[in-house]
Each structure stands twice: as C-alpha cells, then as structure tokens.
Design a protein around this ligand. Structure first.
Ligand code: BGC
Ligand code: NOJ
Length: 812
C-alpha cells in the first residue's frame, strides 16, 4: 500500500511543500532574522515577538490546546454562506486546494474554494520590526464575487508568562486605539512601557473589531466567530478583557480579477519624552513611517526579493554537489537553515518550548555557533562576547541568559560544570573561520558588572581552570549540578516532587560525583586551547595546559575505562555509572562520543572498542539511544534521567544531539562506512517517509529526540527545531564527513566517507577567498593522498589561505 504523504521537498525553490493541512503534528517555520520573530505553522498558527519570547510577546498563543495549534493570524473569507480560511484552520471548511510552502524565512499558504484563490505570503522584511502578510485574492470563477474579508490577530499583554496567569489584573489593563485602517495595541503604555504594536492593512476598511468577546462571542470559537458568521463587524473598542485586531473589508472581484492586500503587524519603541502626541494618545509617527515603507505590493515585493537575496548569499558560502539529492538538500539548504534558527532562538520558542521557560543557554549557544559562524561571523563574534559576559570570576557561569537584557538568569543559576569548556569550543571555531584573533583582546565583564572587565582570552583561561580546580577523587571533573546531560543530577537526591531537578543540589558538600563526559570534552577543548596558545605565542600557558590534558587522559585511561567502553560517571558515593557492573544503563553515549573524539586510549584499542560497543548496544533502527538498557525505576541518586519512562528523552531516547559525537569519533578513527550509516539514520531527508507517520514532526529538520528502542512507541519524534542537533549535524557533515575544516592558516582537507562515495565538489567561501574543491575518494574511507591548489602540489593537508578564487583537487 502507498504510504500517506503530507508533503515533499522542492529543492529548486528551497521549500518544503505541504499538500495536506492535517499533518501528523503542526509543521512550522520561523520568520525573522534579527529582532522581530514569528513562528508560523502550516495552518498559519503561531505568534510573534520582539527579541524575547517571554518579555515582548506581541500576539497571544495557547500552548497544548484543544484543538492543537489554536491561535494565529487568520483570514476569514465569507463567500455567500461559506466561510473558509486559506490555511484550512480554524474553520476547517474543506478546501478545493491547499498548499503551504515553507521557505527560507518565509511561508506561503494558499487555499482555493468555490472559484476563489487566496494566497498569503508571510515574512519579516530585513531590518524591519514587522511581519508582512501579503494576501492575494483571485476570482477564478465566471461570476462576480462579493466577498467579506475579516483579518484576525489576538494581542498578548506583552509578558507571556503573566499573560497566562495574572487574570485579576490582565482583564482590566487592555487598551487599544483605532486610526483609519490601523489598530494599535497600547496596553501598559500609559505606565512603564515605551512600546506598542499595531496591525494595519493598506486598504480602506468597512469595519473592525478590537474586543475578543464581541468579535468571537463568549461561547463561540475561532472556528465560528459570531461577527464573521453573521458577516457583520461590531466596530468594538476594547477596554480591558482580551484585545484583538480584526479588519473587515468588502471585496468585489470580477471574473479573472485579483487584488492584493498588505497586512502589517508592527512593533514600535518610543523615547520616554516622545511617548504621547496628546494626553492618552500614543505617538504614531514611527508607526506611520514603518507603514509607509511597506504599504504597496511593489514595496513588499522588493522587500521580499531582498530577503531572498540575503538567503542566497548565506547559502552560497558552503555548497556541495555530490549528485545525491538527499544529501545535497540537507547540506545546502535545510541543515544550514535550521542552524540559523537555533542561533536566533536558542531553545526558547518552538511548538515544544513555550518561550517563557528558557532564554539563551550558555552551552547551547556556544554549540549553535559552529552551525552559523561561516555565514555571519560578526554576529557570532557578538554572541561570544554576550555569552562570556555572563561568566563568574571563578570560571563558572550562568546556565542561561535572557536575550532582551543579556543578563544571567537567576532562576536557574549556574553550577553546570561542562558549561565553561564550551566557551573555548565556540571561540576557537570563530577564530578558525575568520582569522580574527583580535577577539581574544576584547574586554569582557563578569556577570555583566561594569568595572570587572578582563580580556576574552582570560575568560578562556579561567574556563579551563574551572575544570582543573574542580576535580574529584579519581582526578576526573566534578559534575556539579549536571554536565551536558541536564538530567543526570548526581547531587540532587530529591524525593520531593515540588523540587526542580535542574536547580536543586541537596548534597553537593563532599560530593564525589565525577563526569567522564566533561573529561572527554576537556581533552578535546584542552587540545584546542593548547594549539591556540601556541599560535598566539603563549608557550608557557600551552605547556601548563598540555600537562593538565595529559593528566586527564591518564585519569580516564585509569579510572574511566570499563573494559569495552568508557564509564559515564561516578556518583556521589564514588560508585560507577555506565558500567557493565550496573544493573541498568550499563553504557551511555556521551562519554563514548567525547572520549573517542578525544582519542583517549586509541593506541590501546579503547576507541575502536568503544565505537563497536555503540553499534552493539546503543544502535537501533532510528539511531543510537542515549543509554542502554533504559532505567526502569527512579533512582534518587541519579535524578531526572530516571524520571523519564523507558525510551524517552534522556532515559534511552535517541537524543539526536549526541549521535554526531559518536559519528565524529568514527570519522576521526577513519571508519567511514560506520560514520555514514549512523549519520544517514538521523538525516531527515533520508528518513523522510518515516516522518510522515512515525516521527510525525517536520521532515525538513532534525528533532531533539526520537523515542528509543525501549519506548512504548519507538520512532516517535519530539521537540523539533530547537536542538543542538542542528549545529552538530552541520559540523559533522561539513567538516568530518565531507572533510572541509577551517583552520588558522587555511582549510584542512580530511574527509571520511563510505567506500561507495563518488567524486564531489564543495564550493567554499572562506574569508576573502573562494575555493572550488573537488574530492576523488577512489573507494577510500579516509586518508588524503595528494592535493593540488591551482594546479600546484600542496604539502600536507592544509590549503594555505590566500584571497581570491582557487581550484583545489584532492585525491584520496
Ligand atoms: C529535559 C532536558 C532539558 C532540561 C532543562 C529536562 O526536562 O529533559 O532536555 O535540557 O529539562 O530544561
Ligand atoms: C537540552 C538542553 O538544551 C541542553 O543544554 C542539554 O544538554 C540537553 N537537553 C541534554 O540534557
């Protein structure tokens, strides 16, 4: 039987085309590239915010609602007695045709009903604080069409957290203004806010509504708002309750005629002394100016063309041609796109992250960096400075910070002992890409306190030292609250369901809990740090750290090896975790990944054995699980990891993020066939069919977790979009599989491929140079035999950097 499909890739347009609105889960996209952002589902659900999904939420969205994905920007078209939406929802009137095209920072949704075609292009123009919704209505019938068009947005009262809970206040604060075809949302503007939002349309309106209850009806739904069903706007003016914005337009279309309407959802900030133009009347000058920039089809089309050019340029920096469409489309389009989204959103706002819980993660953002540093180095630079500014003088750091204020988040605090190492990981990636060593001299404060500034290099140094100063009885790194695995809480010891696993540390005094994951991470980043020190002439510091790295390697070989794989940790009492001696969870993936990347004990066969054990115990049909066997009961010495049912999340889920660690380990070991087979299992385009029914989440991006082999429903995907998987998949394929590695003095060529790989070409822009690199694998999995640069032989595997266009031939 033919499997049901909901969509397909359109590589030429860099789009994923959804052809059935009833996807197994809302399949979303992201709009916006800098300050103003929106989430949009394939039925136009979602919301917008300015910079911070918690503190500046512009439109309201209800998570985990019934029905799913309730709320968004909706256009209701009333054609006689039929009311429908171009994106099918919320009315769910069956359409004659439906299509949603998610592209690079834009989404186009089209519906047809009874001879009318409605197509909406959604995007956030570059450098603008607004979402454009260009609606085109076309009469494809032979009769004149008299349509009643209603737009709809619901305002969020700015703070998305209190918006959901503080109703005793919220129901009395809402305020709006209406001027011509623009509806202004000005709740709390009278007091401390200096920002408001507006919803505009570039056409005269014949009515409007701003009060939700009046428009929808207290016991109606978005599917049957009473104003729409009756075809009559109420011209309501909201005072308190729930302010909305709805325009009403009467549209007459001759046969064959089409009309455009540009709707604009904008955000404005005013200076304190320029807030009002008259008592109680907001100063609309900036709003008028913004509207004037985007009030015709021509202007909007130009802004859209500029956005497309922006994406062309971003995606032109690394381009591969292997002849394998499935690989090429992930490398050239979707993987890079997902990396930019994780850069912009960290883990804050998706259809699984409510936007109120988490800001930017310290470790998350450093890892995201390797996914986009080649595209926008200046913003990567700024990101590194922002992250480092939340560090403490002892090298520890805030686990998260708020994007709006860039301040460390006190609710979660610090104490995650892997965090400092990631700063080295991110900074080294930045310098290798750009050659910009000056970043190391940048003065960066601690905890954002003016007057505490030291150089960024000093921050790197104290980051390394933080590990060295926090070693346990086996001379392995103390884990603190947790390492990369937020759920391995070895000092938490909680029997109280009202305590947070993330922030509770009941027994840190005298702890012996140590992490082999941090040990491996320390060796990998330590080697990078040593190389960097040598590069900038700090030989003593290089020697000092080399000793620490060597000592760590010895400690792992002595206390971190279990016979067939690396241990995962020692618990509070100094007992082994992730050992054959354990009853459950005998092996974990994180330490296999990091210790093989660090090549610890390679000479003694440890790396090969560890990688083999991953294949034997962790691998399953959908990828490698995090640990095996899964925990079947709660172990209070271990914390949240054992709180998850078997096969989900950190308890033996396929946590896609750390599969690439093992894949890189395979690449470093030169095992190209194995690396590729692991990679292909979690490469979305390779398993696109599985996404349609089993994984359920968006087939064009990686998700954080696929239910593992021990789960009730193995293969189900969750937590799509915002995951470190994006950057790690990119890093893996671009640098380790295809083998194009930026280095201080040029590009290192070191592919690791399956034997079946054919010749391929990578076009790589690098600083002021452009390389066209063709690789001839000749059936080899690893090992570059010779390289020529513009016809001349190159010594070694690094193509020395020089500006201009170059042609490189590589024979393996
Ligand atoms: C999740 C982790 C996440 C942590 C912090 C846990 O419940 O399983 O993936 O990192 O919460 O938000
Ligand atoms: C998701 C978090 O964002 C990340 O920081 C963490 O490492 C993983 N979960 C694993 O727990």
């Amino acid at each position: 039987m033919e499997q049901k499909r909901y969509g397909h890739f359109d590589d030429q347009h860099r789009e994923y085309v959804i052809t059935d609105p009833q996807t197994p889960w809302p399949w979303i996209n992201y709009l916006g590239n800098e300050d103003f952002f929106s989430l949009i589902s394939n039925t136009a659900g979602g919301y917008s915010f300015y910079k911070d999904a918690k503190f500046r939420r512009i439109t309201r969205y209800r998570y985990n609602n019934v029905p799913m994905d309730n709320g968004g920007r909706y256009f209701y078209i009333k054609d006689g007695d039929t009311v429908w939406n171009p994106g099918w929802k919320p009315c769910k009137t069956p359409l004659d045709f439906y299509e949603c095209r998610h592209g690079m920072s834009y989404t186009r949704i089209m519906g047809r009903k009874n001879g009318v075609e409605a197509s909406v292009l959604f995007f956030v123009p570059l450098k603008k604080w607004a979402e454009v919704q260009k609606l085109t209505l076309k009469n494809e019938s032979k009769e004149v069409k008299q349509l009643k068009l209603f737009s709809f947005e619901e305002w969020c009262l700015w703070n998305a957290a209190t918006d959901m809970e503080n109703f005793q206040r919220n129901f009395s604060t809402g305020e709006v203004e209406i001027e011509g075809s623009t509806i202004y949302h000005k709740t709390e503007y009278r007091e401390r806010r200096n920002h408001y939002a507006f919803y505009h349309v570039n056409a005269p309106i014949q009515g409007f509504d701003t009060d939700r209850e009046t428009f929808v009806g207290l016991y109606n739904e978005f599917a049957d708002p009473q104003a729409v069903m009756e075809g009559k706007p109420r011209n309501s003016h909201a005072h308190g309750w729930s302010p909305i914005a709805s325009h009403y337009i009467e549209v007459t279309l001759q046969p064959g005629e089409s009309k455009d309407f540009v709707f604009l959802l904008g955000y404005i900030e005013n200076e304190q002394d320029e807030k009002f133009e008259a008592p109680q009347v907001i100063n609309k000058k900036k709003a008028h100016a913004l509207i004037a920039e985007l009030d015709t089809t021509e202007k909007v089309d130009k802004a859209f063309a500029a956005l497309c050019e922006y994406w062309d340029a971003l995606l032109n920096i690394y381009k591969v041609k292997t002849g394998n469409d499935k690989l090429d489309r992930m490398v050239n389009i979707w993987n890079q796109y997902q990396c930019m989204v994780t850069f912009n959103f960290s883990r804050s706002a998706s259809f699984f992250e409510s936007g109120v819980g988490r800001g930017m993660g310290f470790r998350d953002s450093n890892q995201d960096l390797v996914g986009f540093v080649h595209q926008i180095p200046p913003r990567a630079r700024q990101r590194i400075i922002d992250i480092a500014s939340t560090q403490f003088p002892d090298g520890g750091c805030y686990h998260q910070y708020q994007p709006l204020t860039k301040r460390g988040n006190n609710d979660i605090g610090g104490g995650f002992n892997d965090d400092p190492c990631w700063l080295i990981f991110g900074t080294v990636a930045y310098i290798k890409e750009t050659g910009d060593f000056s970043i190391l001299d940048e003065m960066v404060p601690f905890d954002n306190q003016p007057g505490t500034e030291v150089t960024l290099f000093e921050h790197l140094k104290i980051s390394m030292d933080h590990v060295i100063k926090n070693l346990g009885p086996h001379m392995l790194p103390l884990i603190g609250r947790a390492d990369w695995n937020d759920c391995l809480n070895l000092n938490c010891f909680s029997w109280d369901p009202n305590e947070s696993f993330q922030t509770t540390e009941n027994v840190s005094e005298g702890t012996k809990a140590e992490s082999l994951m941090i040990a491996g991470l320390f060796v990998v980043t330590g080697k990078d740090y040593v190389a960097l020190c040598k590069k900038i002439g700090k030989a003593d510091e290089a020697a000092r750290m080399q000793q620490a790295v060597d000592a760590m390697i010895e400690a792992v070989k002595k206390h971190g090896w279990d016979g067939e794989w690396y241990l995962r940790a020692y618990d509070f009492y100094g007992r082994k975790i992730g050992s054959n001696e354990c009853e459950e969870a005998k092996i974990f993936i994180e330490s296999q990944g990091w210790c093989t990347m660090a090549e610890i004990g390679a000479e003694d066969g440890m790396v090969a054995k560890s990688l083999d054990s991953c294949k034997k115990y962790l691998e399953c049909e959908h990828g490698m699980v995090l640990n095996n066997p899964a925990f079947t009961k709660y172990i209070y010495e271990y914390g949240e990891i054992s709180s998850y049912p078997e096969g989900y999340k950190e308890n033996a889920g396929i946590f896609c993020h750390n599969n690439p660690w093992v894949i890189i380990g395979e690449c470093i070991a030169g095992r190209g066939n194995d690396a590729w087979s692991h990679y292909a299992k979690i490469l979305p385009s390779y398993v696109e069919e599985k996404y349609q029914t089993l994984h359920k989440v968006e087939p064009y991006v990686n998700c954080q977790m696929v239910a593992g082999k021990d789960a009730f429903k193995p293969g189900e995907g969750k937590n799509s979009w915002l995951t470190g998987t994006a950057a790690w998949m990119w890093y893996t394929v671009s640098e380790f599989i295809l083998g194009i590695k930026p280095d201080y003095d040029g590009i290192r060529i070191d592919p690791c491929l399956p034997e079946t790989a054919s010749d391929y070409t990578v076009c790589r822009k690098f600083r002021e140079a452009e390389y066209e690199i063709t690789i001839h694998p000749n059936g080899a999995q690893k090992g570059v035999r010779s390289i020529t640069l513009d016809g001349q032989p190159v010594n070694g595997t690094v193509i020395p950097y020089s500006a201009g266009k170059h042609v490189v031939e590589v024979t393996m």
